[in-house]
Design a protein around this ligand. Structure first.
Ligand SMILES: Cc1cc2nc3c(=O)[nH]c(=O)nc-3n(C[C@H](O)[C@H](O)[C@H](O)COP(=O)(O)OP(=O)(O)OC[C@H]3O[C@@H](n4cnc5c(N)ncnc54)[C@H](O)[C@@H]3O)c2cc1C
Length: 394
């Protein structure tokens, strides 16, 4: 797996002498959700600008593993969604950006009895084809890993997160500044000097630019490492954490930790040594890696929703919707269309630990919605959270 820090020159809006253009779409946030949205929208002939306070893949996306895997559990919307998104994204990345994805077989190993039951249910119900045997990795697996219930898929992938975001946004205009405020005047969104017909908020786990009292995002801090090892890992292995196949240079990615309590925006400092220890100990439950040397640490926040489903779609204007005529008691019967929405304001977020799996799939649907009016899945739009919140307002 290629592992370069990709940086590129950014336009700083405060020093730019360019005459302000009108963009079709301004996207705030250049992580994987913002970059895939920019890619699909520009493919659909939209004039797009990406705005990020720190540059491409500077947030959670730059820290990601970024393993492409389905969810190994029994039925449910999230499992179905991730299965579709996994197939879509593997194909999308391999067809369009083959240099930045490393494909390999994917071995999922149950890490508890409960997990074994779920994995068995998955094996019975999945439409994905399962392989028998795992001889290419058998000799490096620990006894515990060998004896546990497992499932082997023909295809998994590991994306070079930073390089992929750079490649997706290579032809997109990029501006570097922090968006503090958005306003809508005369049919256009104004963001500093920028005017755009539509805006997409792809701000990950950072504070939202637009106040949405009904929406709470969960922030999960994670740490992953790249190690050099003499052991050749042939598959993507997922057990207590994920272990990538070896790159040509003998580098293996291990990650990630899940820390719900650490907040990088506070004065607390993150203990990188403790994080490395946890990662190496968890990896050692699954595989015997020889002569391990940590060569790079990546840390960042991923943002998830309270119902674990991603969030994509138009944003309800609370003030307009909760006017005097609005009856909380009627909310059950109201259709999503009967709420008031900000004009041409959308979000894509809440992809949790599956951002690289979900982003291409969701960004394509968001593009089709914005450009062609194709409806989005109602279970995924932010409106679901508005409904739940509004019911409680009494
Ligand atoms: C350690 C770790 C490991 C992971 N492993 C995997 C994995 O194996 N597979 C997988 O699929 N996913 C993985 N993920 C999850 C995945 O990385 C996230 O779901 C994804 O990065 C979310 O992308 P995003 O674009 O929503 O957010 P981000 O990447 O955080 O991007 C948000 C961007 O918005 C910018 N921004 C925010 N507010 C403003 C503002 N006001 N003005 C200007 N810019 C702003 C930020 O600077 C940032 O660049 C992992 C995440 C972490 C942290």
């Amino acid at each position: 797996m290629e592992n370069r820090d990709n940086t590129r020159d950014l336009l700083d809006s405060s020093t730019s002498t360019k005459t302000p253009d009108i963009y079709d779409v301004a996207i705030i946030g250049a992580g994987i959700n913002g970059c895939t949205s920019a890619y699909f929208l520009s493919q659909a002939n939209q004039k797009v600008v990406l705005i990020d306070q720190d540059g491409i893949a500077a947030g959670g996306s730059g820290a990601a593993g970024a393993f492409i895997s389905p969810k190994f559990t029994k039925g449910g919307l999230l499992k179905e969604l991730l299965e579709e998104a996994y197939l879509f994204s593997l194909n999308f990345y391999s067809q369009n950006f083959p240099k930045h994805i490393q494909k390999a077989k994917l071995l999922q190993i149950a890490n508890s009895e409960e997990n074994a039951l779920r994995l068995n249910d998955f094996k019975k119900s999945t439409t994905l084809s399962l392989l028998e045997g795992r001889k290419e990795v058998d000799e490096i697996l620990t006894t515990e890993a060998k004896e546990a219930v497992s499932a082997l898929l023909e295809e998994g992938g590991v994306v070079n997160a930073q390089a992929m975001c750079q490649a997706l946004s290579a032809n997109i205009e990029l501006m570097k500044f922090k968006v503090e405020y958005l306003s809508y005047e005369g049919g256009l969104w104004k963001i500093g000097d920028i005017s755009a017909r539509k805006v997409i908020l792809a701000t990950g786990s950072y504070d939202v630019v637009m106040k949405m009292p009904y929406l709470e995002l969960r922030r999960v801090w994670g740490h992953r490492i790249d190690v050099k090892t003499d052991t050749k890992v042939a598959h993507s292995i997922h057990h207590h954490l994920s272990i990538s196949p070896s790159s040509q240079e003998g580098i293996v990615a291990i990650g990630a930790t899940h820390n719900l309590h650490f907040n990088p925006f506070s004065s607390e400092t993150y203990d990188i040594e403790a994080g490395r220890k946890e990662l190496l100990e968890k990896a050692a439950i699954s595989v015997n890696l020889e002569n391990v040397e940590v060569i790079k640490d990546y840390t960042g926040l991923r943002s998830g929703s309270n119902d674990y489903l991603p969030i994509v779609g138009p944003i309800v204007d609370v003030k307009e919707t909760m006017n005097e005529a609005f009856k909380v008691s009627k909310i059950k019967q109201m259709k999503d269309e009967s709420f008031s929405y900000f004009s041409e304001l959308y979000m894509i977020n809440g992809t949790g630990g599956y951002g690289f799996v979900l982003a291409p799939y969701l960004a394509q649907q968001l593009t089709q919605h914005i450009v062609e009016g194709v409806p989005l899945k109602t279970a995924l739009t932010p409106t679901r959270f508005f409904r739940r919140w509004a019911k409680k307002q009494g």
